[in-house]
Design a protein around this ligand. Sequence first.
Ligand SMILES: [Fe+2]
Length: 174
Amino acid sequence: MTPDQPTAARAADLLAALPLSARGTPAAYLDATRRTLRALMERPDLLDGVALERRPGGYARNLLFGGGGISVWAMVWSPGARTAVHDHHCACCFGVWRGAIREVWFRPISAREAVATGDATRPQGYVACMMPTGPNLHQIVNPGSAEAISIHVYGFDHAVHASSVHREYRVVAA
Ligand SMILES: [Fe+2]
């Protein structure tokens, strides 16, 4: 790091460049967002100076960047936190910045019901991207005893949509 290129400023520049890549093809957008997230996962001071909201037993969303149809959030996962089983109306990319989370995947069997198809632990540094046209029905859980933080890049304008969630599903036995 050099004095004229502080890490925090470069991270902000990376986030601000995301809306430009969103104007390209979906494949180009996903490639650019993966690269950005991988770079952000390497920055221990990424959230320095950010007053993160936390919810004991749950998760809290913290807006880091919004503009050009893209919003970037730091999700703080307290021990025991879990989302509803949900899919997305927009592109959803995320990276695990601190700790580890568990991701459970589902297959829809109706507009409101889904069956589990697999699950995996996502360790620190893990990066994934989903498009709304592909499989994107999942649940995120923090089953551990330590807090986890992930960075999410969504293809939605936070001033227009409340969240990236399209629908929530009830889980039924396979
Ligand atoms: Fe999600």
